[in-house]
Design a protein around this ligand. Structure first.
Ligand code: 2NE
Length: 275
């Protein structure tokens, strides 16, 4: 696949090819931990992918291996800039802007696939959890660390995790802070597939291409339907936003809209009250 760079960033790489966007966290010497700038850049790239009608699938991954030969998807928030109230940006403002990225991945009407090689730890574990699908390399290592280093994610990182792997396992993951290998992750339903690390990207592209052959509107509605039950009024908003979009595409909605602009009565009688 012939990736084309979309824009040059400091902390991420952003490419597109044939309906697929690829966002790569590019701080391998820090195990791809994210600082506020990384998150700003991820958010901008994700928004671009959401807004681009040609893009149907986003691959989220981490650059690697690092110089020491180790791989990482993401090791969470950059602890070297953690301060009072969050992660401190260049202006000295504490931020937890990764939550915006989580919400965008969750709500964007495209399929987001995490490609995990090496460590997926802490907030970096939450990132893969929130993605629609996860393909793991055989060297992947998963885990939460909050209770051993002074943090936690009580949102998608815990309650949605419990929906994936069950309450007992999710509590084990958070309370004990153990690390789990790819086979264990597969067994607990945390990932969709495990492949040799050399095949990770190809596998992601294969899955993406298969998804791109499916109906965009069906997948859009399905994603919001999967979210709706868990996401409260936000979930209802997303699901019904799709209904509004589809309604706008009907002759009925067009006639009512045109009639308003033409200051006449809509020809309501031509539209059936379906059972
Ligand atoms: C990921 C892990 C287990 C890897 O261990 P290892 O032994 O392979 O690597 P090492 O030597 O620990 O790390 C290599 C370099 O990456 C940096 C390290 O400091 C080290 O740098 P140098 O000493 O070579 O200069 N590095 C790794 N993770 C980093 C991080 N998160 N922040 C800054 N630098 C990092 C091991 O590295 C590890 O346990 N990392 C820390 C994991 C962690 O505590 N993550 C944050 C959890 S909290 C969070 O993510 C969060 C949240 O809870 C709520 C909101 C937002 C974020």
């Amino acid at each position: 696949i012939a990736w084309k760079s979309v824009k040059t960033y400091t902390d991420i790489l952003y490419h597109k090819a044939g309906g697929i966007a690829r966002i790569t966290i590019n701080r391998p010497e820090k195990r791809n931990a994210f600082r506020p700038l990384t998150v700003v850049e991820m958010h901008e790239a994700l928004l671009d992918a959401r807004e681009d009608p040609k893009i149907g699938v986003v691959l989220l991954t981490g650059a690697g291996p690092a110089k020491d030969g180790k791989y990482a998807f993401c090791a969470g928030g950059d602890q070297s800039v953690r301060g009072h109230g969050g992660y401190i940006d260049d202006a000295g403002v504490p931020r937890l802007n990764i939550l915006d990225v989580q919400k965008l991945i969750r709500s964007m009407p495209k399929v987001v696939i995490a490609l995990v090689a090496g460590y997926s730890i802490g907030g970096g574990h939450v990132l893969h959890v929130i993605c629609d699908l996860t393909i793991a390399a055989d060297n992947a290592i998963f885990g939460q660390v909050g209770p051993k280093m002074g943090s936690f994610d009580g949102g998608y990182g815990s309650s949605y995790l419990a929906r994936l792997v069950g309450q007992k396992k999710a509590r084990e993951i958070w309370f004990l802070c153990r690390q789990y290998n790819a086979a264990e992750a597969m067994a607990m339903g945390l990932v969709n597939k495990v492949v040799p690390v050399a095949e990770l990207e190809n596998e992601g592209v294969t899955w993406a291409k298969e998804i791109l052959e499916r109906s965009p509107l069906a997948i859009r509605c399905l994603k919001s339907a999967f979210n709706a039950e868990l996401d409260g009024l936000t979930g209802v908003q997303e699901l019904s936003g799709n209904a509004t979009m589809l309604y706008y595409m009907t002759e009925e909605a067009k006639e009512f809209s045109t009639a308003q602009r033409e200051k006449r009565k809509p020809k309501a009688e031509q539209f059936p009250w379906l059972p």
